[in-house]
Design a protein around this ligand. Structure first.
Ligand code: UDP
Ligand code: MG
Length: 311
């Protein structure tokens, strides 16, 4: 019999977890496969760890890892994938925004043998704010143009993958993890299932607008070097403009003499060009910062406790 590992990143999910477990149990009973749960407690400040301890006592198939602090969802997913032992592995949010009933179709798809990944994609973004919907749309439009790695609009991290795919994702040990990009980067044949976006069952979203904005920038920096080219192009265009200006001024001086004026325009030009230079330096700095973090080779997560006890 095949084994499915269910990896669940959890950050302050004490209310959602019992409901999640109950709902998923209802579904996986219908699947002819062994199940293993791997909950990753990402430094929660509420009673998530207690809930996980209780679950793992009652059900031997429930395993958990608990981080020493909050490392972020991406790190939690990596930890879960590394700890998983199943032939198939799925990653799901703890808030039931990933409908567990899709697992049945995902499992059947992989069993047929043609596909290596079966992933979920939400048709709508119900339950998210107007601003968040707009910015998400723009993000996908921009990244589609500037990155070779394809990011599917509406794609969730919810997917069932074969072991080879999981091993490929684990092999990418980068510190700046943008999981949508990493999942897409490894390739393999993917089948997409569409569904209507669900609202969270309990608790609140862990993503503020600014956290999400920073995450989008991270995604762009991690999977595209286009902003660097943009900075360089801007430089070339400005050089060209200045060349035209020089010719214009020389010709004007030769023809009409040189009445001294133009202080305000000079100040404007200095301000504009300083701004452009700082902007370009900022872009380079962003890439440099990421490179700096990568070269430190710091651990992506630190585990403090598992279902077997404290480490
Ligand atoms: N999560 C996590 N660490 C974090 C933030 C979130 O492990 O620092 C988990 C969270 O518990 C949930 C999933 O990631 O299972 C998705 O988070 P959330 O539902 O808040 O995101 P949204 O659905 O609003 O995008
Ligand atoms: Mg959610």
């Amino acid at each position: 019999m095949k084994k499915i590992s269910i990896v669940v990143p959890c950050y302050n999910e004490e209310e959602s977890l019992p409901i999640f477990y109950e709902q998923v149990e209802k579904i996986v009973h219908k699947i002819k496969a062994d199940i293993e749960y791997i909950f990753v407690n990402d430094g929660s400040k509420d009673k998530t760890l207690e809930v996980l301890k209780k679950l793992s006592k009652e059900d031997k198939r429930v395993r958990f890892l608990s981080f020493s602090r909050n490392f972020g969802k991406e790190s939690a997913i990596l930890a879960g994938l590394e700890a998983s032992t199943g032939d198939y592995v799925t990653t799901m949010d703890a808030d039931l925004q990933d409908p567990p009933e899709l697992l049945i179709e995902m499992f059947e798809t992989l069993e047929e043998g043609e596909y290596d990944i079966c992933a979920a994609k939400s048709r709508s973004r119900n339950g998210y704010s107007f601003l968040r919907k707009k910015f998400t749309k723009w993000f996908y439009k921009i990244i589609a143009h500037i990155s070779k790695t394809e990011m599917v609009d509406g794609a969730r991290d919810f997917r069932l993958m074969r072991r080879v795919v999981v091993d490929a994702v684990i092999s990418m040990q980068e510190y700046n993890r943008y999981s949508k990009g990493l999942f897409s980067f490894v390739g393999f044949k993917t089948k997409w299932i569409e569904f209507e976006n669900q609202e969270r069952v309990a608790g609140t979203t862990k993503w503020s607008f600014w956290k999400l904005f920073a995450y989008a920038i991270e995604g762009i920096v991690a999977f595209s070097t286009a902003p660097l080219i943009f900075a360089a192009l801007l430089g070339v265009v400005l050089c060209f403009v200045s060349l035209i200006m020089i010719v214009f001024i020389i010709v004007r001086t030769l023809l009409f003499g040189d009445p001294v004026s133009g202080w305000p325009s000079l100040v404007c030009i200095i301000f504009f060009l300083s701004g452009v230079q700082l902007f370009a330096t900022g872009i380079i700095g962003e890439y440099l910062a990421k490179t700096y973090l990568e070269t430190k080779k710091r651990p992506i997560y630190i585990v403090k406790e598992t279902e077997k006890g404290r480490l």
